[in-house]
Design a binder for this molecule. Structure first.
Ligand code: MG
Length: 371
């Protein structure tokens, strides 16, 4: 099996409501879709959602890098040879994990289709039967966040992820308001997205929040401040998760050496796709660290890829891949049984792409094929 052609679509996915986190407000999500065609006519899809705040990649740069450098490298290659393909990409380009993830995911999709098995069967087989879906609360007033949580509880959600990270005391009020509204039996995790900046601010906040029984606190300090994470972990009792600080293997090594977090949020867009995500999960598992799969708010394609990883590994104890639930239009049909997700048993990612929607959402596109 050889890769014959790669089409690259720069799309914008329309959001139902703006997505507001500490460092940005999104009205729509810019994404890149890769369509891989093999010589025997099989098709696989991949996705890159670049986040300049996290990995330094932009939508435009990811498109250019795929078009000019990475896609041409893979033409004529066997999509089954993951170790070699990643080495080839890594030798050609340092970092750029989202761009590499798009090609990695498309290869897994097409290999699953070739072998007639879901992607999770390529990753060790299904371990989890289903995961609960956590509803993400965008940053708003304490009253608005509490009201949103209350209305989602009525839909069956029993777990919330609060986005905070603007100003410490305002955030404390937000978290207190949601806890008061939903009661003590509902799970709440808090993602600060680096917004409390340092350990001093974080410890100040947590002194007021420790008794609220939060599931965990995610990335309160700036991404590179591993020592800050170590200090917060030592001086507070709420479990601590690293997200933006943990991208690839080097970060995981430092995290393990310093014991800088109890949990890690692995994202295909931060580490370069399914194949490196599995390596990170193995590293974490050996160090006794729990894993979550998260996303950059991706379509059905990127989200399904994340789910296949999560479903195949015991080390993954939570998932946050709710992109498709946030879009008013999606290119694929990944199915959620809110408030749970189960994966189907269809080959590859198990997602059908609606090409007419793909073309509707496309801003620009290109095709790379054999020379
Ligand atoms: Mg996060």
């Amino acid at each position: 099996m050889k890769i014959k052609e790669l089409e690259i679509f720069a799309i914008r996915l329309p959001l139902i409501d703006p997505f507001i986190i500490s460092y940005h407000t999104y009205d729509d999500m810019p994404s890149i879709i890769v369509k891989l065609t093999t010589e025997d006519g099989l098709i696989g899809y991949g996705e890159a959602v670049a986040d300049e705040h996290v990995t330094g990649e932009t939508w435009e740069a990811t498109y250019a890098l795929l078009k000019n450098t990475l896609a041409p490298l893979l033409i004529g290659e066997n999509p089954m040879e993951f170790e070699r393909l990643h080495e080839k990409m890594n030798k050609a380009v340092y970092q750029a994990p989202a761009a590499k993830a798009a090609l990695d995911i498309a290869c897994y999709d097409v290999v699953g289709k070739k072998l007639g098995v879901p992607v999770y069967q390529l990753l060790g087989g299904r371990y989890h039967e289903k995961f609960p879906i956590t509803h993400v609360l965008s940053i708003g007033t304490p009253e608005a966040m509490a009201a949103e949580a209350e209305s989602r509880m009525k839909e069956g959600y029993s777990s919330f992820k609060m986005k905070v990270g603007t100003e410490v005391q305002a955030d404390v009020k937000r978290i207190q308001a949601v806890r008061e509204k939903v009661g003590k039996d509902i799970a709440i995790r808090v993602d600060v997205n680096q917004g409390w900046k340092n350990s001093a601010n974080t410890i100040t906040a947590m002194r007021q929040l420790e008794h609220l029984g939060l599931d965990w606190l995610e990335q309160p300090v700036v991404a590179d401040d591993f020592n800050g994470m170590v200090e917060v972990k030592a001086k507070t009792s709420t479990p601590l998760m690293m997200d933006e600080g943990l991208k690839g293997f080097r970060d995981m090594r430092e995290l393990i050496e310093k014991q800088a977090a109890h949990k890690v949020n692995i994202k295909l867009m931060k580490c370069g796709g399914i194949y490196p995500a599995m390596k990170l999960a193995h590293m974490a598992e050996m160090a006794g660290i729990e894993c979550q799969i998260g996303s950059m708010v991706e379509s059905s394609i990127g989200s399904a890829a994340g789910f296949h990883v999560a479903f195949s590994k015991k080390a993954f104890t939570s998932v946050e891949l709710t992109g498709p639930l946030k879009f008013s239009k999606d290119i694929g049909n990944l199915h959620y049984d809110v408030p749970f997700i189960q994966l189907n048993e269809r080959p590859g990612l198990g997602v059908d792409v609606d090409e007419s929607v793909l073309h509707d959402l496309t801003v620009y596109q290109t095709k790379v094929s054999g020379v």
